[in-house]
Design a protein around this ligand. Structure first.
Ligand code: HEC
Length: 191
């Protein structure tokens, strides 16, 4: 009996000692670099408003063709069909080693989420954009500025959107957002 009490006392002493040990601030025992700056750098900037540039020619057949191509393709390497004028299949990027490399140009692949006239294997995460002109533009429910802003940064209109952010992130430039806008808004009913 006596030894048992002695044993228990010993165990509890050990436990409380190790608990005290665990409470010791171990952050100083090894290197803990502050990653806040790194994480902040990778965060996406907040929802940003854009005004459609005056240079945006929504009736330009070449802009519509580029928008069509980028809407329906993932990148320049996988893209099929004739490349529209003013669009590249590959872009040059400087790697970490300072060497310039040719990389396939990324396109919007909007078809992964949106159905549209003539689309193949369209997804349904976003609304169908088929008949967009008749349904949304002719009825004045939407206008060019709305479509441009939606493609540039959809979060301005819908904070919880599942759509990709294209201009704020630098994925695409103003001209390319114009091209997408021109294609979405174009009358495709007669094709
Ligand atoms: C990951 C899925 C996804 C991708 C990729 C995507 N979208 Fe969307 N899109 C959505 C969703 C979801 C909505 C509806 C919510 C919203 O309006 O933000 C939407 C809404 C829109 C609308 C507004 C329709 C309306 O009038 O209400 C347009 C226009 C549009 N997308 C065009 C595009 C274009 C152009 C691209 C390619 C550059 C694209 N989307 C890529 C998911 C996507």
């Amino acid at each position: 009996m006596h030894t048992k009490i002695k044993y228990l006392a010993c165990v509890s002493l050990f436990l409380s000692a190790s608990a005290a040990l665990c409470a010791v601030d171990l952050t100083k025992a090894y290197d803990m670099p502050d990653a806040t700056k790194l994480i902040e750098k990778d965060l996406m900037p907040g929802a940003t408003e854009f005004t459609m540039p005056k240079s945006c020619d929504l009736t330009d057949a070449q802009a519509i063709a580029r928008g069509n191509f980028m809407f329906n393709n993932l990148n320049g390497k996988k893209a099929k069909g004739k490349l529209p004028k003013g669009l590249a299949k590959f872009v040059e990027k400087t790697g970490k080693d300072g060497k310039v490399k040719k990389k396939p140009k990324q396109y919007g692949n909007c078809v992964a989420c949106h159905d549209i006239e003539g689309a193949k294997g369209a997804g349904n995460i976003g609304p169908s954009l088929t008949g967009y002109k008749a349904m949304f533009l002719d009825t004045k429910v939407r206008d060019a500025q709305f479509v441009y802003q939606k493609i540039a940064d959809p979060r301005v209109d819908n904070a919880n959107t599942h759509m990709t952010v294209n201009l704020t992130t630098g994925l695409f430039n103003e001209q390319e957002i114009c091209d997408y806008t021109a294609y979405v808004m174009a009358d495709k009913s007669k094709k």
